[in-house]
Design a protein around this ligand. Structure first.
Ligand SMILES: NC(=O)c1ccc[n+]([C@@H]2O[C@H](COP(=O)([O-])OP(=O)(O)OC[C@H]3O[C@@H](n4cnc5c(N)ncnc54)[C@H](O)[C@@H]3O)[C@@H](O)[C@H]2O)c1
Ligand code: SF4
Ligand code: SF4
Length: 284
């Protein structure tokens, strides 16, 4: 028997999910979570995570982004897998969920319908066949819909863009030790420009925007012109930096995200970012 907690259990979807769980002999509705508890239910409902007594096997979430992030804290601290169906997250919130997925299993989709999954595959297949065609997504919402464009529309747009090769490299996020957003990098495959948004001017022990900018440039230099002196590998005491040379002699600088603890030491280790660059500049 799988014991389930439903987040947003008073909502339209939450109630449907609760009914379906109660009809399924392999599932037990252990408890619910929602705000402003009113009425009596056959299962306990909480509005504060610190009051939750039960430890479910899984959480199903149909709520609003702020409520998802609250229950996510509970899920991470108690090692409970979570199914997230809520939509309307900001990029920063998506990042928090992604970080959490490194600690607990998370299944997340803006649309859980099988039919929409088929539609997603269809538009992915169709888009490249419609050469020189403008593609527009229009949708009709019910009057209580909060997020617009909907998560489904955004998901379909992402699929179309991906199949057309327009996938953004980006929205590569750099997070700090505490998981908060420091930088956002955006670019497109095939383009030489990179947009960098700074969310914390104290990122990597900086004290001004100019200092952050210099450190970003230093770090980019390493990716662009690493000559494989291996200085950076030994600068990271967590073994997170790998300098890899392929068969053709091409050297690449890589950071292993699973090992990196975001101490920032690699960024401040050499003044110019890269030791070899400094040597070459002096020679010149
Ligand atoms: N992925 C999918 O397939 C799918 C399908 C339908 C709906 N959705 C999404 O699911 C979400 C819920 O949809 P709905 O139609 O049931 O909405 P709803 O407004 O009926 O329900 C939301 C529930 O969240 C609760 N809530 C709000 N703030 C809260 C807080 N701070 N703490 C705890 N609970 C809080 C509300 O009280 C309510 O019970 C929406 O984001 C919607 O887009 C996803
Ligand atoms: S100091 Fe420069 S050349 Fe040496 S490993 Fe680091 S990035 Fe590569
Ligand atoms: S931030 Fe720290 S742990 Fe991460 S690669 Fe740099 S030195 Fe290593």
């Amino acid at each position: 028997m799988l014991e389930v907690m439903v987040n947003g259990c008073y909502g339209k979807m939450g109630q449907i999910v609760c009914d379906l769980i109660e009809q399924n002999e392999n599932l037990v509705l252990k408890c619910g979570f929602d705000k402003n508890i009113t009425g009596e239910f056959a299962f306990p409902v909480y509005d504060k995570i610190e009051n939750i007594v039960e430890k479910p096997d899984v959480i199903i979430d149909f709520s609003i982004p702020v409520a998802t992030l609250t229950i996510l804290q509970y899920a991470v601290s108690n090692h409970v897998p979570i199914v997230i169906a809520t939509t309307g997250f900001t990029n920063e919130e998506e990042l928090i969920i992604k970080e959490a997925s490194k600690k607990i299993p998370i299944f997340k989709s803006a649309n859980m319908s099988y039919d929409i999954m088929i539609m997603k595959k269809l538009v992915q297949w169709l888009a490249p066949l419609l050469k020189n065609t403008d593609i527009e997504i229009t949708e009709t919402h019910h009057n209580r819909k909060i997020d617009s464009p909907s998560g489904t529309a955004q998901m379909l747009a992402d699929s179309i863009n991906k199949s057309l090769g327009n996938e953004r490299l980006g929205e590569v996020y750099v997070v700090g030790k505490d998981g908060t957003l420091q930088l956002k990098l955006q670019g497109k495959i095939g383009q030489t420009t990179l947009k960098v948004s700074v969310f914390n001017k104290n990122a990597a022990h900086s004290n001004s925007l100019k200092s952050v900018e210099d450190k970003i440039k230093n770090q980019i230099t390493k990716y662009q012109m690493c000559m494989g002196c291996l200085g950076c590998e030994s600068a990271c005491r967590f073994g997170a930096i790998e300098i890899v040379t392929d068969r053709s002699g091409l050297v690449s600088y890589k950071i292993n995200d699973d090992k990196c603890v975001r101490c920032g030491h690699c960024i401040t280790h050499y003044d110019g970012g890269c030791y070899m660059r400094k040597v070459m500049c002096i020679k010149r």
